[in-house]
Design a protein around this ligand. Structure first.
Ligand SMILES: Nc1nc2c(c(=O)[nH]1)N[C@H]1C(S)=C(S)[C@@H](COP(=O)(O)O)O[C@H]1N2
Ligand SMILES: [Mo]
Length: 371
């Protein structure tokens, strides 16, 4: 019965031992905790329940840039950590007998769910940072529920392993094993290397070593990357007689020339993409709050913004009141004092503080007051 890896003594490395697993588990647990919390933040910002929407903060302006940057940084760091952790414990996969009791079988099933959820989560997340969606399911919802599954699986795993973890928590308690230090150091170097060479897509002072990240922050028109070009969005047709439509108690329409005659404001705000890149830029245009006041919107109004784009998941965006009322939230007409390029959302786009990039709607057609 016991063939191949199921035989005794097949795994000869001394590093398949609990202390190594505990140290790697701590690092990986830390990365996954940061990833989970920042992921929840991102999900809530993009999909707030009604009771929360009116309380979302529009400051600090860089808030989402930091949380989403950390989300992708910790997720990328978790990839080599997961590899090392799985290597350390994988001989247990061939344990004999496969199940000693019903409880043991249940525990092993839990680990199977945990490992599968973590691997799928990291894999789909990584592909998402590359803007590659080779699957038929919606990414965000799947990623969200897998995150809960992985976190639940992790908590059960920690509870089951707590006594073992406690016994190997301190180095002095664990038996010395030759090569452990070197192995852990190599894992640390690998994690440091992937982090340093990808974090530059969002951390400005790491830009010089941003060798592996999918997005160069300086690329694109005016040094601002474009996620979805006007052509990809179905060559957004901007009518020659384009007018902004504002709907509310006192609806009105304005041409581009009329918008330019309204008081113009500047805001230095980042595009912070969910995929982990972010770039700060100087925008100018009309305050959304001014447009709302002109439309007779009551205080505390939220808005719905519709793009000229014919279809696509980002065509319609809802913006809760704290953002709509923020003086930094603009219907931007210019980037660095130059008319927006088609790819950056000509004739007008939304730019708001502390918001995910997906909600910075380009090619705006219409702004509606919603209560
Ligand atoms: N109408 C519309 N707005 C959109 C998008 C889109 O596909 N359609 N993409 C969003 C995404 S995912 C990001 S990250 C930002 C990117 O803005 P930029 O292309 O000007 O850098 O625009 C957002 N606005
Ligand atoms: Mo994005």
């Amino acid at each position: 019965m016991r063939r191949g890896p199921f035989r005794d003594g097949v795994f000869t490395s001394a590093l398949h031992e609990p202390r190594t697993a505990v140290v790697l588990g701590r690092w990986l647990g830390g990365a996954l905790l940061v990833c989970f919390l920042t992921g929840l933040t991102s999900h809530l910002l993009q999909n707030p329940p009604t009771w929360l929407a009116g309380m979302l903060p529009s400051r600090p302006v860089d808030g989402y840039r930091v949380t989403q940057g950390l989300h992708v940084i910790s997720g990328v760091a978790a990839i080599p950590l997961t590899g090392a952790k799985l290597w350390t414990v994988y001989p247990r996969l061939f344990e004999w007998p496969p199940a000693r009791s019903a409880l043991h079988a249940l525990e092993r099933l839990g680990i199977a769910v945990l490992v599968a959820a973590v691997l799928l989560e990291l894999f789909t997340g990584l592909l998402n940072t590359l803007q590659w969606y080779p699957w038929p399911f919606p990414f965000r919802q799947t990623h969200f529920w897998l995150g809960w599954l992985a976190t639940g699986g992790l908590l059960v795993h920690l509870a089951v392993k707590a006594p073992l973890v406690a016994r190997h928590w301190r180095r002095a308690q664990a038996p010395a094993v030759a090569g452990r230090r070197g192995f852990l150091a190599s894992v640390g170097v690998a994690v440091g290397a992937v982090t340093l060479t990808t974090a530059g897509q969002t951390v400005p002072w790491l830009r010089a070593v941003d060798l592996l990240a999918p997005r160069r922050p300086g690329s694109g028109p005016r040094g601002l990357p474009v996620n979805r070009t006007a052509a990809q969005a179905g060559t957004v047709a901007v009518p020659a007689d384009w007018q902004l439509e504002v709907d509310g108690p006192r609806p009105f329409r304005l041409t581009l020339a009329e918008l330019r005659e309204l008081p113009q404001y500047e805001a230095v705000l980042p595009i912070a993409c969910v995929e982990g890149w972010s770039v700060s830029a100087r925008w100018s245009g009309v305050r959304v709050a001014d447009l709302l006041a002109r439309a007779g919107a009551p205080p505390g109004s939220a808005v719905r913004v519709t793009s000229l784009e014919a279809e696509g998941p980002f065509r319609v965006m809802e913006m809760p009141a704290p953002y709509a009322e923020d003086p930094l939230t603009l219907l931007a007409l210019a980037l660095d004092d130059e008319v927006l390029s088609p790819d950056h959302g000509f004739p007008a786009r939304i730019i708001a503080p502390n918001r995910p990039g997906v909600l910075q709607t380009k090619w705006v057609a219409r702004i509606e007051v919603v209560r």
